[in-house]
Design a protein around this ligand. Structure first.
Ligand SMILES: [Zn+2]
Length: 399
């Protein structure tokens, strides 16, 4: 068994979700903390020096921490009921690549670090890539501190309970200066790589994407005593808004819009809700079109809400412009991986957040299921091994 497969095998029981299937490894929960500990031990076994920065990003250094280092890594947290590869594949491949470089006798000309970014999925605090956004200043620090999880805990409190000083989270120019080039290997999240041919692709761009919260307000009341004609039921409005989201996006070529989460308040079977919160994820390659799409959805939502005697408000929770990876770095990587196709992705990544500040690039490993954020996500052992070798080839060429 190759190292990357062995590493993934060693964490296959961490954070299994018996209800949803797959894995639930939300940031700063026991499974995610267990995975961090696993990473630290694996890094130390390889003689790497491990440190955590003030935003909770873990760095494992081969060589002294220095500015302009070559940095690779990904994340260990997951969406609820996620697959085994989204995140951990990049981390395990980075560790395996270090082994390969050592076995090849590579003498790095600059330092190399393997990093693990926290809360990449945003599945606990609602903002994806929270660690890299804090590092780069892409999120307002006060906003970040006040983000709440589903139980009402603030990010500040959870961070503090996990050894961070919430007063010191935020932009870290010294840590950012350490990154000379960033390369993230990741499972491909669509069917961009065919069953035949190369298993590894070089990333070109990340589709612009964002998250919005729609809050539909109505009149909370008794399900038995309130006549149908007397209701202002935000659940009925929310149901129509979900359909309007689908229909609005379907009219716009290349747009994607999803309501994947909806919370009625108070949420009782015999209670007409007083409020329903819906979370909207929308994406399009052209940021101006995304803005128009959100405007159109909000317009439809206002009309629907008014028709039900309800109100609706829209709040942007996060937005990332379409990102094009560093052309020079991607070209160099293309030379190091001859024959590798070039792929754009519709999924967000820490590499996309970092790309606005340091040269960044991505490698994608074939996922024949074409499914991600689900237990059916899949990478064959031989493709994972090929990914680790490709990453080692890239790192060797860039070191
Ligand atoms: Zn990921």
């Amino acid at each position: 068994m190759e190292t990357v497969n062995r590493l993934l095998d060693s964490i296959k029981d961490v954070g299994r979700d018996a209800v949803r299937g797959g894995y639930s490894r939300a940031v700063y929960t026991t499974p995610e903390l267990d995975l961090r500990q696993w990473f630290i031990e694996q890094a130390q076994q390889r003689g790497l020096d491990v440190e955590a920065d003030r935003n909770g990003i873990t760095w494992a250094w081969w060589g002294k921490p220095r500015d302009g280092a070559l940095v690779t890594g990904s994340h260990l947290d997951s969406v609820p009921g996620g697959g085994a590869f989204d995140g951990p594949l990049g981390v395990a491949s980075a560790l395996a690549a270090v082994d390969l470089l050592k076995s090849r006798g590579v003498e790095p000309r600059r330092s190399l670090a393997v990093t693990v970014f926290p809360e990449e999925e945003g599945s606990r605090f609602g903002v994806a890539c929270l660690g890299s956004r804090l590092l780069t200043g892409a999120i307002d620090v006060d906003k970040a501190r006040n983000l709440r999880d589903a139980d009402g805990n603030t990010f500040a409190d959870v961070a503090q309970a996990n050894g961070l000083d919430p007063r010191h989270v935020g932009p870290d120019t010294a840590a950012l200066a350490r990154i000379g080039d960033f390369v993230e290997l990741h499972v491909e999240q669509g069917r961009g790589l065919g069953d035949q041919g190369p298993a590894i692709a070089v990333g070109s761009s990340i589709l612009g994407h964002g998250r919005w919260k729609l809050s539909v307000g109505g009149q909370g009341n008794h399900a038995g005593t309130t006549l149908m004609a007397d209701r202002a039921d935000p659940m009925v409005a929310a149901a129509q808004i979900v359909v309007a989201v689908r229909d609005t996006a379907a009219k716009q070529p290349d747009a994607r819009a999803t309501v994947g989460r909806l919370t009625p308040v108070p949420g009782g079977t015999n209670v007409i809700a007083s409020r329903v919160d819906l979370w909207l994820d929308a994406r399009h390659p052209d940021d101006a079109v995304t803005a128009q799409l959100i405007e159109a959805i909000y317009g439809a939502a206002r009309e629907i809400a008014a028709g039900e005697g309800c109100t609706v408000s829209l709040t942007e929770e996060s937005y990332s412009n379409t990102v094009h990876f560093d052309p020079a770095l991607s070209r160099r990587i293309g030379e190091l991986l001859p024959g590798a196709p070039v792929l754009a992705t519709g999924a967000g990544h820490d590499a996309g957040v970092l790309a606005g500040h340091v040269p960044s690039a991505m490698l994608f490993v074939r996922n024949p299921s074409g499914i991600s954020h689900s237990p059916e996500e899949y990478v064959a052992d031989e493709d994972a091994s090929a990914g680790a070798v490709a990453l080692a080839d890239v790192l060797e060429g860039l070191l």
